[in-house]
Ligand binder design. Structure first.
Ligand code: CP3
Length: 355
């Protein structure tokens, strides 16, 4: 792993000094890139891209051809696990995900089991092919959805403005939700273990909806199962945990066992680093909407996040949530170059921590 030509992400995750702050973007491959739209049109659907390792490899590398990014992230989706459980996933053009079946009552939850990993082999094959194509240029990030975020889509059958069915279950039938997230945790643990075995250098948990829950329920249904996963993964592989709107539970996320906590754009990164920067690395947290402005505003916004994060080791620049489809690709180039230039400094002599 140290044989990577650019290992600044891995160094930052270990809170070691880096020559410049590493940067990658959540959802860096996708609909804001014309070359992605063209390939998706040729493949016919999102799932055709995701389940064909050579196409998933091509999409993973697209943003790295354009921008000087410090990491690649596997092109896939968090919903591959419920799909492999038999829920029947599809993505209609311009719409969100849809499941043919939901898991929303006692019987469906009682009979649910973690999927046979053979049904997810296309993901592990993609990881192997991407690693080969990267040729040690940058690390590869594998990922999965958090058990609670997966449960949200499984119960609701698709996206939702407020996930009211799920939140109702947390009050009315908490034992059912406990079982659902426990099965998801078991599935995610073996899924990420297999991604690591196939070559993922880092793994990340995307918890998009945990921040909808009251603090005690977040601890029970979202963070608890993530902690179970993190404790079972190989301890030498760095991990990132990201809960959108999780700022209220920052102290417990720091204790989750992850190497790094991802922050959304609402969190005060200066305060997070001051309180917990000696315990975990942080990743974030530019508002993705800032990328819709103009070059000067993008550059100023990037410098402002870097100023707030400060020079101490253990910071990875990212957005506070996924890049939005209307983002001009030129603004992404400006962002990445600004982060590198504004944070560049001589590497500290071995053993001496800069800043
Ligand atoms: O970061 C990356 O570039 C890697 C690929 C990746 C995708 N989805 C590709 C994708 C990752 C890491 C995800 C994670 C994901 N998927 C999350 C967690 C992160 C987040 O954004 O909150 C969630 C909640 C999903 C579920 C999902 N997948 C939704 C709600 C949608 C539709 C709306 C949307 O954001 O695009 C998807 C589809 C999806 N996943 C697309 C891509 C590139 C677009 C599909 C298309 O081409 O139509």
């Amino acid at each position: 792993m140290s044989a990577l030509r650019n290992d600044s992400l891995l160094r930052a995750l270990r809170r070691e000094p880096v020559p410049r702050v590493p940067v990658w973007l959540m959802r860096q491959a996708g609909r804001y890139l014309p070359e992605y739209a063209a390939l998706r049109a040729r493949a016919g659907s999102f799932m055709a891209l995701a389940t064909t390792p050579s196409l998933a490899t091509e999409v993973t590398l697209q943003p790295l051809e354009r921008f000087d990014l410090d990491a690649a992230i596997l092109f896939s989706d968090i919903l591959t696990i419920p799909d492999a459980m038999g829920l029947g996933l599809s993505f209609a053009e311009g719409e969100g995900p849809r499941f043919a079946r939901t898991v929303d009552d006692e019987r469906a939850i009682a009979t649910l089991v973690a999927p046979d990993l053979a049904r997810l082999r296309y993901v592990f094959d993609a990881v192997r092919e991407i690693k080969q194509a990267l040729a040690k240029r940058v690390p590869l990030i594998g990922f999965a959805g958090s058990p609670f975020t997966l449960a949200c889509y499984m119960i609701e059958g698709g996206s939702s403005a407020d996930f009211a069915k799920v939140r109702k279950m947390a009050y009315a039938r908490p034992e059912l939700l406990d079982r659902l997230v426990a099965i998801n945790a078991e599935a995610v643990t073996s899924y990420l273990g297999e991604q690591i075995a196939a070559g993922a250098d880092v793994v990340m948990l995307f918890d998009t909806w945990g921040g909808l829950l009251p603090a005690a329920d977040y601890a029970r249904f979202s963070l608890g199962p993530m902690r179970t996963i993190l404790n079972q993964l190989p301890q030498d592989v760095p991990t990132i945990v990201f809960t959108k709107h999780g700022g209220n539970s920052l102290a417990s996320m720091v204790e989750s066992g992850a190497s790094c906590v991802g922050l959304d754009w609402t969190v005060d990164v200066r305060e997070a680093r001051r309180r917990f920067g000696d315990r975990v690395a942080f990743q974030g947290n530019l508002d993705p909407i800032a990328l819709l402005t103009d070059p000067a505003t993008v550059a100023a916004a990037a410098r402002s996040v870097l100023d707030d994060a400060g020079p101490a080791p253990g910071f990875i620049f990212n957005l506070g949530h996924g890049i939005v489809p209307a983002t001009p690709p030129e603004h992404v180039a400006i962002l990445v170059d600004t982060v590198h230039q504004a944070s560049a400094r001589p590497v500290a002599i071995a053993g001496r921590v800069g800043g």
